[in-house]
Design a protein around this ligand. Structure first.
Ligand SMILES: [Zn+2]
Length: 494
């Protein structure tokens, strides 16, 4: 019998707010243990939480970005359990009235566009972090009360690869919308994977097995690549699967059972008495909707269509939002957007990377921490977008050769001078004047009798060598098209 996998994902994303969900403590990573805490997030008796409006706004905005519905009535609930990292003995979450409902994520998959529907997205708070030392254990509450958005997908994912692509697409949307930085290394995105298998073509869902707390997307993919065949094997051998929770052991590359349904928690959810339900006004929702940005996939498709860009360029500008924004600013002013894309990707990005590498090395030598280092970004460019338009125009009109253009760009990047001024100052104007070019060609033919003879003997490639020599002698100023024709004429004629 053939089996198919049914996968649903619960993705927990740390919202990009300045302060925590219920108090004014900083929502910051990397602080010394228990320094971003107060009686509220430590869960002292008698304190009162106050909802962070920015977190509510980012949640509603996520609902819009995911094409869902923002609830006009949402409330908070207590999920009761005991664990040392949750000092209140409950976690505030949204049980039956979440902030957003429905929606979907479209993404590229196997040469087409796949869609995974979203069930809901609800707000909750993060808990502290337990650390175990030789002789004692400690709890760091810096993360307690940090706003988390849990985005629940419908069980519509059918493979490990599809889960991986969905997670990446979701992450891109959240970064685009300014919802979260989604920095995996800082634990800003974690997901729980729900998976079952069933005979292909049947409708009934098999026993749901949950793999908890995956903190990398590649880990989630590996866990699924292990778990799907494991479940199929159990069933094929006549065994039975029971609803359970497993953990992924990344080192061993296996999943292990943690608990089964029999010992599942009863969380005794009840409405949080210290927080008002949230019923946003029309004006508030309108303001949120105004913040909706173009989605990554839509942008890629639009760039390819409107600027005739190849897939690779569209992908580059989708992945690097700021670079894409910059490209578009320049492209809108230019009649040759493809050339602009080449300059932005091949020259500007390379120059920025090179500059940043140097800056990091210099500051590193001074003992400056990576997080505090100053790095040149697109916002620091010394030249205006119009200068890049001008440079593209100079090459297109053959006023300068493409090798001279490289020199102009390097100078522009360093000094911010206008391209025309650099061309003048450095004498880079392309020489199309036949008198001057004749002289260069004659010199090169005389100095390279071997290649000249090769060309006459029918070796066409020898012409490129000679052309290169003329470019060199002219310091890149010769018009390569004219040089090619002239050399050919001279060699064939003589
Ligand atoms: Zn606090």
């Amino acid at each position: 019998m053939e089996y198919e996998a049914v996968i649903g994902l619960e993705t927990h994303v740390q919202l990009k707010t300045k302060s925590k969900m219920w108090c004014g403590c900083a929502n910051a990573f990397g602080s010394p243990p228990n320094t971003n805490v107060c009686p509220v997030c430590l869960g002292m008796p008698g304190v009162l939480p106050v909802a962070n409006e920015e977190a509510l706004r980012l949640t509603a905005l996520t609902g819009c970005l995911l094409n869902g519905t923002v609830a006009r009535y949402a409330k908070f609930d207590r999920k009761n359990y005991f664990y040392p990292d949750a000092s209140k003995n409950y976690q505030i979450t949204q049980f039956d009235k979440p902030s957003t409902l429905g929606g979907f994520v479209d993404f590229e998959f196997q040469g087409g566009i796949a869609r995974v529907c979203i069930t809901r997205a609800h707000l909750e708070e993060d808990v502290g972090k337990n650390s175990h030392f030789d002789r004692h254990s400690g709890v760091d509450f810096n993360r307690a009360g940090v706003p988390l958005l849990e985005i629940v997908s419908e069980p519509e994912i059918t493979s490990a690869d599809m889960a991986y692509e969905y997670l990446n697409a979701l992450k891109e949307i959240l970064i685009y919308g300014g919802i979260s930085d989604c920095d995996m290394e800082k634990g800003m995105v974690r997901c729980d994977v729900n998976i079952s298998v069933r005979p292909k073509g049947t409708k009934e869902l098999g026993a749901k097995i949950e793999i908890k707390n995956m903190n990398t997307f590649s880990g989630a993919r590996k866990a699924l690549e292990y778990e799907i065949p494991r479940q199929i094997e159990v069933l094929t051998k006549g065994g039975k699967l029971v609803q359970s929770t497993r953990r992924w052991d990344d080192v061993a590359g296996i999943t292990e059972e943690m608990r089964t349904k029999e010992d599942a928690h009863d969380y005794r959810y009840f409405p949080e008495p210290d927080l008002m339900p949230f019923a946003p006004s029309d004006a508030w929702l309108e303001a949120v909707r105004a913040q909706v940005v173009e989605l990554p996939l839509v942008r890629k498709q639009r760039f390819m269509r409107d600027y005739q860009l190849p897939v690779a360029d569209g992908e580059t500008f989708k992945n690097d939002v700021l670079l894409g924004n910059y490209f578009e600013t320049v492209a809108k002013q230019s009649s040759n957007p493809k050339a602009v894309a080449n300059w932005v990707i091949n020259n500007l990005r390379a120059k920025l990377t090179e500059t940043n590498d140097r800056e990091v090395a210099e500051q590193g030598a001074l003992g400056i921490e990576a997080a505090d280092m100053k790095r040149t970004t697109l916002a620091d460019l010394k030249f205006q977008p119009a200068a890049l338009v001008e440079l593209v125009g100079l090459v297109e009109s053959k006023a300068i050769s493409s090798s001279a253009a490289q020199q102009v760009f390097a100078e522009m990047f360093e000094t911010g001078k206008a391209p025309a001024a650099i061309v003048q100052e450095k004498g880079l104007a392309q020489v199309s004047d036949t008198g001057a070019l004749e002289k260069f060609c004659d010199e090169v033919i005389a100095a390279n009798p071997g290649p000249a003879a090769d060309f006459k003997a029918g070796k066409v490639a020898a012409l490129n060598f000679l052309k290169g020599q003329v470019m060199k002698v002219s310091k890149g100023k010769a018009n390569p098209g004219v040089v090619g024709e002239m050399l050919e004429q001279k060699l064939r004629g003589s």
